[in-house]
Structure formats: C-alpha cells, structure tokens
Design a protein around this ligand. Structure first.
Ligand code: GLN
Ligand code: ZN
Length: 759
C-alpha cells in the first residue's frame, strides 16, 4: 500500500451544467428569450458548482478557465485577438461576435459562415479551428477571461490554476489563410502569454497550466524546433518577470518525440498521461527533473468505469521509483469534460450496476483515495474487482469464432455492381439526397417523450411518427429530391437508438457529454456481449417506402460509430466489440433488403474519431479492425442493393484509401466547413466510391443561395468525375428548423438542376 498522502489535480471539469443548464440557457439567449446577463449568471453558477465540488473533494490543484460558452480553442483565439475581421465587422457585442464565429451569423448585420470545426484529438468533442491571416496580430485582448474567472473563483474562496491552451498547440491547430505561417506568430504569441502570466501572477495565481496536447502527435524535427523556440523564449522571460509557476500539461497520449526536451526546459510542473500514454512510464524511467513536480495522469478522464485501485497503486509505485513521492501529484489523464457529471444523477440503473461507474465527481473521490491510500476505500475497491463484472454470451462468441474471410468481402466488385444498380435506379445526373434526419421539432420530441413516459400508447406514438414520415416524404417529393429518407423522427440519437434495441448495452438517464458547443450526447454503455434479437428499423422503412415511388434509404448506424460513441468495455478488445455490433447490424441490413428496401445507408459518422493520434499506430491499432467491421455489415447484400455510408467532420485525406476499402457504393460526408480540401485527396487516390461532399453547412441556420451551391458543385466537379457526384447537405438536418431546411433544400435541388442543364 502506498501510504504517502499526495496532492491531487484535475485538468478540467464538465461545464455544461449538471442538468445541461448551459445548453438550455444558451438556446434561450439565441432566441432572445433571456438577456446576456441571465446567460452569464447561469455560466457563473456552473463554474461555481465545479469549483465547490472539487474543493469539497479536497482537490489540491483545481482548474479555472476550463469553462467555455462554446469551445476553449475559440476562447483562446478571442483571448489572443485572433478574430477574423468578418466577425468583428458585424458590429455585434463581444459575446455575440464570439457566437457568430462559433456558429455563423445571418441577420440584419450581415451574413457570415462559422469558423470550421474539428474533432478534438481522439475525443468526440469538437473545437473551433482558429483562422490566422497576414493581418492578424496576436495580443492579449481587452476582456481577459482567464483573469476574470480566476478572480471569480478566488472571490468564492477557491484558489485555482488558470488553465490555458498552450501557444504551441494553439498555433499548431490554427489554419493560416495568408503567407504567414505558424512561425510568424510565435513571437507575438509568446508576448501575449507572458503578459497574461504576469497579470495572473499579480492577481494571485501561484500556478498556470499550459495545455499542450499537440505534443502527443508525431512531432517532427521542424515542430520540435518550433516548440523549443516558443518555450525557451516564454520560460526564460517568465521566470525573470513573473513569480508564477508553470505546469506544462499534456494528455491523450505520451510525448515520446519531445520528452527529453520537455524535461530539460525547467518547467515547474509537467503533466503526463499514464492512461493513454503507452510509453509514458518508459519515458519517465529515462529521468525526470529533480525539482519539478510530476502531475501524473493516472485516473482515466475518458472512461466511466471505476479505477482499479490496486493497479493504479502499482503504477504510482513504479512512478515513485523515479520521482520522489512528495513531488508526485495524482491527477486525471485528461479533462473530465469528456465524462458526465455524476453517477448520483442516475436513478434507474440498479445499484449493482452503478457501483461499477465513476463519472467526474466520483473520479474526484478516486483521486483523493489514491492520493491518501485510504485502507477502507482500497478494500471496497478490491471487492469490486474480485469477480468478473459480466459473463460471456456463448452464442455470440460462437458466431464470432465462425467468421471467415469471405464474410468480409462483398461480391461482385464495385464496378460490376455499379452497372447493375444503374439499371435498377432511374437516377438523374447529380442525384440529390439528404443525410437522413429532418428537423426534430418540439412536437417530434414531445411525442417520443410522451411515449417514453407512458403518457401515450405505442399505437399513438407510431401513428404520430407515421404522419410525420408521410409529410416528410411528401415534402421531399415536392422539393424534388431524388433519393428520399424517412426523417428519423423515432430517433433521439443515431447511436442511442440502436443501442436501446440491441442486446448488451445499458443506458443512463443523465450521463451527458459535450460534443460541440452546447450540444451533448448521452453515450450508451457496452455492458456485455452484443446481439440483435429483433428487427429495429424495418417497419418504419417499409412504411416510408410505401409512401413513394422514389427509393427511400434504409438508415442505420455502423458498428465503428456505435462503438466510438459508446463507452466501451475494458474487459474485452475493441475489435471484438466492433465485430459483435457488426453482426447485429448485419442482421438488420439483411432484413431491410428482404423487405424491399433497395438503398441502405450505414452511417459511420465517427469512423475517424478513434484513429490513433500517431500515424504509425493507425493500421495496426485501429483501421485493421475498423474497416473490416464495416465490410462485415454489408458484405452479405445482393449486387443491386445500393450501400451508402456517411461521415462527419472527417478530415480523411490521409485515410482516403481505407475509406474506399469500406467498399460502399456511395459516401456522403461533411465538407462545407473544411473548404473541400478533401477533393484533392479523392482525386489523387482515384477514389472509386460515388461521393456526395456536403454542399452546405447544416450546423448553422443560414440558408445557402442557389449560386453558392452551384459554385460549390463546380468546385467538386473540378476534382471528382461528374458521374460520381451526389448533391446533399453535409450532415443530418435534425438540429435545424423547418423553414430554413425547406429553403435550403429547394436551393440545393435548384442548383443540381442547373448543373444538369449545363451538362
Ligand atoms: N443519419 C444521421 C442523421 O441524418 C447521420 C447523423 C450524423 O452523421 N451525425 O442525423
Ligand atoms: Zn454527419
């Protein structure tokens, strides 16, 4: 037993509000129902809640500035004055300018698109990509949020560590629109951070934390030089001017390429991830500075399972062979932003299940237990891990064992299938379609909620949805779309919907996790072996197909996405879990086909998400099981059945070949926010799958004009053979309003028609 009481630290705390107060307040603010002051009040309460919880748990290093109205990277851009002119020129209030950059603005003051958004490392959180151009001058901006929030915590009796996205990560993640690249901004960034550190030090901060997760990527020599240039300048001046201590915080992996540099820089504290950082311990053993404090990320900030104290303790013992126990701080592996607030919000799951969970607030207790080595807590934990949590389902294991290579290969090949399908579907050039969901209006949500609460019967629930489906199909026909969808009114969430109907998942009531802005997801938990015991979507799809002569797409979520957007098990491999889910969805695909559904879309929205951060790990750790899992789902269909897939936010330039190898017939993807850069990659790879790069951004309410869409399609056909191009929005429409959706889709169809006329 490790008996030295140690300090504890947290990298970041959830910030959406325990009951998603920030989401609801923000939505009211956008609708003009509450004032900015009221929104600010909610935000302050949320911050206070987190600080007080951490204080009560006895956390030694509590972060501030981990709050955000939308995203911390966007906050950093505003902090440093990196706000593109088109947003500043709208002449809005500071907060409204911020929201304009986050989700676009269309109103009396102008019409601008949002900044692009990207997945935050290997999480399902998205950050806003800062945009720097030749006129950008980085300098500390007027409203210094980290100082404001530091003071706010201090006034409430909580001494915090202001947490900042570090300059290296900020400049690495930014996009450069002019001739000036990252290097040109290094000096001004350093000055801004320096000034900020001084101000924080004056305000009373003892430590500041600079998050540099970009160090866990592959860091090449040029990047290494860049990192060194930034930090040698910053640290030297900082130690000369301000008395604040600097914690270099890394997470989401190990820093194998820069470890030697990091430990020789003179940081007062270094934060290292021992959970995802496969090589962290090995690196640590090469040495650690005598006077620095190690912030050891040992409690997993991403999973929801209880930590195994015995194992964590053994890890701490290994760590303390290198670093004196008095200089080891027990911390989270990353921000707790990626887990829900508390298990205490769950009333429905049995205590026997809940005892295996640790969300953010429970992880605070785990940190304290591990730091104190509390005997009773260790005993209780040992009892929890003494027996296997669940037993295997023999039939599922047998199906997996029986798989052969043929089960992963669809025949005939794509070229042959294309000819067969062209004869079956009478589609025009530039076929138009949508990604699946239509606006989830209040009445749609109310219908689902009423059914869930038992206020209406199943028949009433179905009848309402059928009416919605019929209306949605009539709308699509009147708009002139070629391939129809049913609208997904029965679904709350593309993963939760399937999880609830497949055996093996369990669900929480309130375990929400932020995805982008104030949007949250409530991931299912993979609890035991998975299988499908009854059809899921067949009745809805068959009903929808009866409403129209045009093909209606069956709409499913793929195994990799279901797994990536769930909390996976830790007792069997991800590959095994993906195959189990794939077999369940495969049953559904074959049932849809048997019931006359001719086009089936299998969404893999999150395929890229869990791609290892280091390229060298991509295939062996991930793609080698993820792509086959997708093929397993559809390899059994007839040649004439057209398989679509869809991906979002996918920067998949570098995995284009793997995407092609999924062997779908058509893929639609998010592109409008990433400036269609992917098109070059498709071109270079001679991409075979037909493609629908999204022609407008559905994450914003603005309506794209016909001209704008025509231009986008022109840019697409510059790079992609015209015969392969589909025309569609970039993602599902469920978060949009009905009016803007209809207007946008009309323009989309008009644009496709214009292109057909030109051809
Ligand atoms: N079919 C889903 C929808 O349209 C896809 C959502 C997604 O890609 N995130 O909502
Ligand atoms: Zn999408």
């Amino acid at each position: 037993m490790n008996m030295t009481a140690k300090k504890t630290s947290v990298i970041g705390f959830p910030r959406i509000g325990k009951a998603r107060e920030l989401k609801f307040a923000s939505e009211k603010f956008f609708k003009g129902e509450i004032s900015e002051a009221e929104l600010q009040k909610t935000a302050a309460e949320i911050r206070q809640y987190g600080w007080q919880k951490q204080k009560a748990a006895g956390i030694s290093f509590i972060p501030s500035n981990d709050f955000s109205f939308y995203d911390n990277v966007l906050d950093t851009a505003f902090l440093l004055g990196a706000v593109p002119a088109r947003y500043r020129e709208l002449g809005l209030s500071a907060l409204e300018t911020y929201f304009a950059a986050a989700h676009g603005y269309q109103g009396p003051k102008g019409d601008v698109k949002a900044l692009p958004m990207k997945k935050w490392f290997n999480t399902n959180y998205h950050y806003i990509v800062p945009e720097l151009d030749d006129s950008t001058e980085l300098a500390l901006s007027g409203d210094v949020k980290p100082i404001r929030e530091y003071n706010e915590a201090k006034a409430a009796g909580v001494h915090t560590v202001p947490s900042l996205v570090g300059p290296y990560t900020f400049l690495k993640l930014a996009r450069y629109n002019g001739n000036k690249k990252a290097g040109a901004f290094a000096a001004s960034a350093v000055n801004a951070y320096l000034e900020l550190a001084e101000q924080l030090s004056v305000a009373g901060a003892e430590w500041i934390s600079l998050a540099e997760p970009a160090l866990v990527f592959d860091v090449n020599d040029e990047d290494k030089q860049f990192f060194k240039a930034i930090y040698s300048a910053l640290l030297e001046q900082l130690h000369a001017k301000a008395s604040v201590k600097v914690l270099l915080q890394t997470y989401f992996g190990d820093i194998r390429d820069v470890y030697q540099e990091v430990v020789s820089f003179g940081f007062d504290g270094i934060g290292i991830d021992f959970v995802e950082g496969l090589k962290s311990l090995e690196l640590l053993k090469t040495g650690f500075p005598k006077n620095a404090i190690l912030f050891a990320g040992v409690v997993n900030g991403k999973n929801i399972w209880r930590a195994d104290y015995e194992k964590k303790n053994l890890l701490l013992i290994e760590i303390e062979k290198v670093v004196d126990a008095s200089r080891v701080v027990v911390g989270t592996s990353c921000s707790l932003l990626h887990v829900p607030y508390t298990v205490a919000s769950e009333q429905k799951l049995p205590a026997d299940t809940l005892k295996h969970f640790a969300f953010a607030e429970e992880k605070l207790v785990e940190l304290a237990d591990l730091a104190s080595g509390d005997q009773t807590a260790f005993e209780k934990n040992r009892a929890l891990f003494a027996a296997a949590r669940v037993s295997a389902t023999p039939s599922v294991r047998a199906s997996i064992d029986a798989l052969t290579e043929d089960d992963f290969v669809r025949l005939p090949n794509r070229g042959e299938r294309r000819k067969i399908q062209a004869g079956k579907f009478d589609l025009p050039a530039f076929p138009t379609t949508t990604i699946g969901s239509f606006p989830q209006t209040a009445e749609v949500r109310a219908n689902r909620a009423a059914f869930k609460k038992g206020e209406i019967s199943y028949e009433q629930y179905v009848e309402f949805n059928r009416k919605k489906i019929a209306e949605c199909i009539a709308l699509q026909e009147s708009i002139g779309l070629d391939v129809i969808v049913h609208g997904e009114f029965e679904r709350n969430d593309m993963v939760e919907y399937f999880g609830t109907q497949i055996d093996g998942f369990i669900f929480t009531q309130n375990a929400w996790v932020q995805s982008y802005g104030t949007r949250c997801v409530k991931p299912p938990v993979v609890w035991r072996d998975i299988h499908r015991n009854k059809p899921i979507t067949v009745e809805w799809s068959v009903f929808a197909q009866k409403q129209t002569g045009k093909p209606v797409k069956g709409m499913l979520t793929g195994p990799v996405t279901i797994l990536n957007w769930s909390f996976p098990r830790e007792d069997i491999s991800l590959k095994a879990q993906a195959q189990q889910i794939a077999l369940a969805i495969r049953d559904e695909v074959l049932d849809l086909e048997k019931n006359g559904i001719k086009i089936i879309q299998i969404d893999e929205a999150a395929l890229r998400e869990k791609l290892p951060l280091r390229k060298s790990d991509w295939h062996k750790e991930y793609l080698d099981w993820a792509i086959p899992a997708f093929r397993l789902v559809h390899a059994g269909v007839k040649p004439e059945t057209q398989i679509h897939t869809h991906m979002c936010y996918s920067e998949f330039n570098d995995i284009v070949r793997d995407i092609d190898a999924m062997d779908a017939d058509v893929i639609t993807f998010e592109a409008s926010r990433s400036d269609l850069k992917l098109l070059d990659a498709l071109n270079d790879a001679h991409f075979e799958t037909q493609v629908g790069p999204g022609v407008y951004d559905i994450h914003s309410p603005r309506v794209p004009s016909v001209d704008e869409i025509v231009n986008t399609i022109h840019r697409i056909i510059d790079k992609v053979p015209q015969a392969n191009v589909w025309v569609n929005p970039d993602c599902g429409l469920k978060t949009r309003g009905e009016t803007e959706t209809t207007a946008s889709l009309k323009n989309l169809v008009a644009a496709a028609r214009q292109l057909r006329a030109e051809a």
